[in-house]
Ligand binder design. Structure first.
Ligand SMILES: NC(=O)c1ccc[n+]([C@@H]2O[C@H](COP(=O)([O-])OP(=O)(O)OC[C@H]3O[C@@H](n4cnc5c(N)ncnc54)[C@H](O)[C@@H]3O)[C@@H](O)[C@H]2O)c1
Length: 410
């Protein structure tokens, strides 16, 4: 049997936890987080995030996995340290905030400078080479992550591709090329599919792959949303147009379901970061992709507001808008940057009363609006129900529902 590699993973969110579970099938993995409650849950074999396969693997598979808050001990002992901490977009700096990544790197370099640090967090284009200039003694790789929330472990068990980037300015490029091949080997060994395509390239190119891939997805969502806005304004059937467009095999009938806007943790921030990376490089599409989401949310909010006025004109005084779920997609357990929040904000700004049905929210207030876990009361109290994604829960109140989920999927 192959030797167990000692691996530490920093961050037990969607990316870190799925990789920790995946790699602990064949290696000794320590998963580090600053949140003790997440660490405790993992050590009790419970997933802190909603992901059926992570839960199943934690509970039922033979994993060599220990979660800890003691980063120094875990990194001190590891050949590979995988960094999967957040990189939020900082609107003041107009760039990702990479400070959580750097906190981990500072600690790794202080306890184990020879460890190979694999950055899985999404970072600005050029980041790993900047880091290499700043810490020439460090050994850094960048490996973009392509999983989907809710299917995180599934996507890592069945990866469509693996990419690893090596900084061109490192003093250890030969050593890093070997480490990159070993890391690809670790991911391939853990995957359930054979012959997963793997590419190595310069780290700056690998960083560009991640941001261009997510910005393409944002562009595609924005494109079909703009098609829907056009069809709605012109009184045409969006579904027919999208079906017709998608039958061209160059376009395809996937990832084309209209929504209130692209959202989730990654697409909005990654598109903005790519736009910031363009700086003095000529472009139109990247900026338009960022801008299109705002336009779409304004259009949807205007539609909701005009429905409210319509209901009021039929004698309902001060109609209430019910927001059905703050999550981005059905099956998701978080609502980071979900587009419905942008609709809610705009509707509230008009002084329209808003209530929220969100069972994942423990607080009973969200930005000043009441939150309920009681679906029956929510349906009774809402004059219009706004949902980004259709749910069979709403069948009995379909006449009150406003959604653009035309195909009832993704
Ligand atoms: N969520 C996705 O679908 C996805 C997909 C691809 C890439 N990414 C990228 O991966 C990164 C992580 O995303 P995520 O969704 O897994 O984040 P997340 O917020 O779900 O999890 C991050 C975890 O890191 C922990 N953390 C913060 N600082 C730490 C530190 N110094 N040491 C140890 N742990 C620390 C947090 O407590 C949290 O549990 C981001 O850069 C994101 O852009 C995310």
């Amino acid at each position: 049997m192959a030797r167990r590699v000692r691996i530490a993973v920093a961050g037990t969110g969607y990316v870190g936890l799925s990789l920790a579970v995946l790699l602990s099938r064949h290696n000794h993995v320590q998963a580090v987080d600053v949140m003790a409650e997440k660490v405790d849950l993992i050590n009790r074999k419970q997933s802190p995030i909603a992901d059926a396969e992570i839960q199943d693997f934690l509970a039922n598979h033979d994993l060599d996995l220990l979660a800890t808050v003691d980063g120094a001990a875990a990194y001190g002992d590891a050949e590979f340290v995988i960094v999967a901490t957040p990189t939020n977009y900082d609107p003041h700096k107009n760039f990702f905030d990479t400070s959580y990544v750097e906190q981990v790197i500072d600690l790794v370099l202080s306890v184990n400078p020879e460890a190979v640090v694999v950055i899985k967090s999404t970072v600005p284009v050029g980041y790993t080479e900047v880091l290499t200039d700043r810490y020439p003694q460090g050994r850094f790789l960048f490996a973009p992550e392509f999983l989907r929330e809710g299917h995180a472990l599934h996507d890592d068990l069945h990866p469509s591709h693996i990419i690893v980037g090596i900084p061109a300015n490192s003093a250890f490029t030969t050593e890093l090329a070997i480490a990159a091949a070993r890391f690809i080997g670790l991911l391939s060994e853990a995957a359930e599919d054979e012959n997963v395509p793997a590419l190595t390239m310069r780290s700056t190119e690998a960083e560009a792959v991640k941001l261009f891939a997510n910005t393409y997805l944002a562009l595609r969502v924005a494109y079909f949303n703009e098609l829907d806005t056009y069809a709605s304004v012109r009184g045409l059937d969006t579904s027919k147009i999208i079906q017709g467009v998608g039958l061209d095999p160059r376009i395809g009938s996937h990832y084309n379901n209209p929504s209130f806007g692209y959202g989730g943790y990654c697409l909005p921030k990654d598109a903005k970061q790519l736009l910031a990376n363009y700086e003095d490089v000529p472009q139109n599409l990247i900026g338009a992709t960022v801008e299109a989401n705002r336009t779409r949310k304004e259009y949807i909010a205007d539609q909701v507001i005009s429905h409210v006025m319509d209901v009021a004109s039929h004698g309902v005084s001060n109609p209430t808008v019910g927001i059905y779920r703050l999550t981005m997609k059905s099956g998701s357990d978080n609502f980071r940057q979900s587009s419905i929040q942008g609709i809610m904000k705009r509707v509230k700004a008009k002084g329209i009363p808003v209530i929220v049905y969100e069972p994942m929210l423990e607080d009973f207030e969200f930005f000043g609006s009441p939150v309920t876990h009681d679906l029956t009361a929510f349906k009774a109290d809402s004059d219009i129900i706004v949902t980004n994604r259709w749910n069979a829960d709403l069948t009995d109140v379909i006449n009150k529902v406003y959604t653009r989920d035309l195909f009832r999927r993704d």
